[in-house]
Design a protein around this ligand. Sequence first.
Ligand code: GLN
Length: 536
Amino acid sequence: MKLQTTKYIFVTGGVTSSLGKGIISASLAKLLQSRGYNVTIQKLDPYINVDPGTLNPYEHGECYVTEDGAETDLDLGHYERFLNLPTSKANNVTTGKVYQSVINKERRGDYLGKTVQVIPHITDEIKRCIRYLAEKKDFDIVITEIGGTVGDIESLPYIESVRQMKWELGHENCLVIHLTLVPYLEATGELKTKPTQHSVKVLQENGIQPDILVLRTERELSEDLRDKVALFCNVDRKSVIESINVPTIYEVPIRMKHEKLDIVALAKLGIPEGGEPELKPWKSFLKKLKSPKYEVRIGLIGKYVELKDAYKSISESFIHAGVMNECKVILDFIHSETIQDSNVDEVLSGLQGILVAPGFGSRGLEGKIIAVKFAREKNVPYLGICLGMQCAVIEFARNVLQLKAADSTELNPETSYPVIDLMEEQKGLTKKGGTMRLGAYSCEIKDDSKSFQAYKQTSITERHRHRYEFNNKFLNNFEEKGMKAVGINPDSDLVEIMEIPDHKWFVGVQFHPEYHSTVINPHPLFVAFVKAACNA
Ligand code: GLN
C-alpha cells in the first residue's frame, strides 16, 4: 500500500440494468492498478439470497467461485480477469448476507435493549463489509459496485450507506461514479439526456451528488451534449465520460483511458497520478485479439445455452486461449437436449473441438453423453469440465467397459455401476446452500500426460464446485481399458483429471479451469485445447 488512507470509489447505475457497471469498474481498476495502486473491486448485490450458489443460471448467469470457496456474482470473474488478482468471499456481499449477519448478532444479544432497524443496523453492517476489505488487505483503493439500478426499493440501504460513508470520510476519500444510458432515438435522429438527468435526480433525492457520470451510448456524444449533461446534472465538464459501444469488453480500459476516467478520479480523490499506465501487455493482447491468423470452431455443449452469461468464464477463457494461439475461437453453443444418436453426426460435424460444460441434474445429460462418444470415437479434441468430465467417465463405462447401466448417482441413485458417486463428506448433508466441495484444492499431475504438457508442472491448484466425484472402486477397470487418472488430489485421493492417452486430445477435469483464466495469464488447459483443435 502506498497511500496513507484507503480511498473508496462507488459505482452506481441508472436508467436500466445491464449497462456494464462491472466492466466499467474493472476497467477503472485496471487503469489505477497500471498506475501502481493496489486496487480491489467489490460487488454489493441487493437480492436476498445469501449467495448466488442456489440460483438457477437462467436467473443470474454463471456462479463464479473464488479461491476461498465463495459462490459469487459473475462480475467477480471480470474483476479477476482484468486485474489478474484473486478475489475472496469479502468481495461479494448480498442483502441476504447482510441481514443474516445482523440477525445473528441480534440473537447473540449484541443489540440487547435496542430495536434493530434498517438504519442504523443494516447500513452499519453494509459499511462494515465495505471497510473490512480495505482493513484486511491494505488496499489503496476499493471500488465498490452497487448492483441494480438507483430507485429500486432494495438498493436504498446501499445508497444510504454510500451517502453516510461520503459524509463520514469526506469527499476527498469517497467518490461516486454513476453509469447511465443515453439512448438514441431513430425517429428524430437524436441522443437523449433526459433519462440521465432523471436518474441523477433520484441519486440527489437520496442525498448523493455523483462526482463522475459515465454515459453508455451507441453514438459519439457531442460537446454540446456533454455540456448539457454537466450543467443539468451538476457535475463538472471533464467528469462527463463517454462509454461508447465497443466490439470487445477488453477495449473498455483503453477507451476509459482515452476519456481520462482514471485521471479525473485520481484528481478528485486528491492522489497523485502516478506513472503513465503500464498497459503494454494489455494492448498487445488486444492487437492479437483483433487480428487473428486462424479460425477454429468449438462446440460448447450445455443446457443453459440460451443465456450466454451462464458460461461467461468459459467463453472468456476461449478468448484468452484463442489470442495465445493467434486464433479466433468461434464458439457454437449447442443445446444438449437437441443431440440424439440419430442426428449427432450432423449436429457436431464441422467442429474442431468439443467442450461439455458443467451442470446439475439430469436434463440434457444423455445428449452430453452422446457428444462425448462422438468426440472419443471421431478423435475430436475434447475438454470436459466438471459434469463434462463425469459424462466422459459415464460414456467410457457404458461403451468401452460395457457397463451399460453405468451412471452417476446424481442422476440414477439406484444404478448398479455408480462410476460417479457422492463424496463421502456429502452423504449426510441436507442443506443446499454453500455445501458443495468449493474453492481451491491441490492436484498432482502425472508427467506423461497431456495435462502436464499444458501446465508444465506437476503440482497445481484449481477451483471446485461439485458434490459428486469419480468412484475409485472402478479406477482399475478404466485404466486397463485406456482411460487414465492423471491428476489426483494428494490429500483425499480424489480423481481430478481423466485422460485417454490414445486420443488426439481428450481431457476431463473435475475442477473448473475457467475460473483461473485471465487476460495476462490465459489458462494452460484452454490454450492446449484450442491448440489441439487448431491442429485437428
Ligand atoms: N452436478 C455435478 C456435481 O455436483 C457436477 C457439478 C458441476 O458441473 N459444477 O458433482
